[in-house]
Design a protein around this ligand. Sequence first.
Ligand code: M6R
Length: 611
Amino acid sequence: MCGIIGYIGKKEASPILISGLRRLEYRGYDSAGVSVWNGRDLVNVKRTGRISVLSDAIDEKRPVGSLGIAHTRWATHGAPSEENAHPHSDCSGKVAVVHNGIIENFVSLKKSLLSEGHKFISETDTEVIAHMIEKYMKVEDFESAVVSTLKLLEGAYGLVAISADEPDKIIVAKKGSPLVIGIGDGEYFVASDTSAILDHTKNVIYLDDGEVGVVESGGYRVFNLHDNSVADKMIEEVSANMDAIEKGGFDTFMLKEIFEQPESIVNAMRGHITEGGSVVKFGGLEGHEKRLSEINRVIIVACGTSFHAGLVARWMMEELVKIPVEVEYASEFRYRNPIVDENCFVIAISQSGETADTLAALKLAKERGAFTYGVCNVVGSSIARAVDAGAYLHAGPEISVASTKAFTSQITVLALLSVYFAQQFGKINKNEAHKILSHLEQIPNKVKEYLENVKDVEEIAKEFYNATNILYLGRGANFPVALEGALKMKELSYIHAEGCPAAEMKHGPIALIDKEMPVIFIATKDSTYDKIVSNIQEVKARGGRVIAIATVGDNYLETLVEHVIYVPETIEIFSPLLNVIPMQLLAYYITTMKGHDVDKPRNLAKSVTVE
Ligand code: M6R
């Protein structure tokens, strides 16, 4: 979730680029940079940290010119550093490129560029683009070189490029990552997000996937990358205010992040599913196959929502890999004397990558010889740097304190890791993997379908927002979803909420049930469905008010309980990815009805860096 701005016109570019970057900072930042044509060279200035640091550096270097591009980075490949910050250049320094998205085939592209003598200075996927443009510019003009390059890229991009050999134009392209052209008076802007240019113009055109734009100070044109046909683009007027733009038109970051899940789940899968959907790859584990073959136990350490993702992962791994899996609260693990040795694969799950207890648990496991693996969202975070290998979520910045999209992305990565291990250990063949993965690949659309039609949850929230206690019950793969639903509810609404395995209810929590008590059952069609229906009956018999999460088409539960929330069908191991969405929404609606700040609940911090 990085940000892009570019300018071509008569004014000085640097101040426009810096003010645009400041507008984009909310999307996440760890480093930023600009490239400005000063009439002779492209002058690049890059810094790690906030835009103010870059701004100070620009004040010193004073790159003066009326053509420039800039980028604020939220790392996806390579830690936050000046080398990895955009813009990226070719060997000659004559090409500058900024890019949002992920180039999935960058490893093979980089390999062949290296063999042709290109020198790289960053670990990013983006740098290959600058070198490819350089390569093609030896025989083509700038525009054709960009087109030739784009045709070889796999993955997603919002791309902006300039060249010192043709310093009268900016070339932009879009596939999967947004890009707009802003139309001013004798000047043009390009940006990943209208918020970056709203101070200058409200007239924009939105590029569609597969389109390329050439922007010059005298005008612009847009064409289709594949058939070269001219795209007839409509100029639209942006009316939204800044606050609405930062939140993507949603009232809060939490709601925005809930609705981002169809996209963030796709991003979590990017690059891992190969060979026509039948093989899973994890770049970080390549070269470790021998070590992995000696693994006989998996231990997962995490806190809060990440711990719940770990519990889902245990279910998936035991089911698919048939290996013993333990899931530990990091804060407990670190103060025990846990049995860990070099045959253990220890997974630290953390959105922030900075949670002190998780980091300490990880270090303990490492000291005892385990192979350590990180599943983090924030690139270059402490946990990501401390592990032997890892995978990023690529979920984009999660700003709301309550974790939502990170949870579903964690489960997605861990599902893929389960299939990976099952393949490595010979537990499933390609056909079986293909079947499982095709169910996983359908999840983003199912989440989308659910979110587009959701209406029942808000109505239910109206009825229950004054409750003082709520009980969440689930079994099997969905017991962790009960825990997660309860955590979301208590941390946001301050209503006391408990998650519990449905069968455990009769060993104590059943005493709480009376006609005031809302009980939420996760009762989708799976191997424990009949058992959970019996548990529902036990609650009904004691007057409890039941809300059931059910599979679309299950009409039976309606005859039994007051409220049914229907979710699309999927296989049991992936059902938590769908079942958690109404839990997130219920906590969200109840909290807003109570008038609390959804994004910043009291007493909590987004990143818990103290124990
Ligand atoms: O950054 P981490 O995933 O390590 O954070 C762990 C917990 O602090 C976090 O999940 C917390 O429980 C959230 N507030 C839950 O919404």
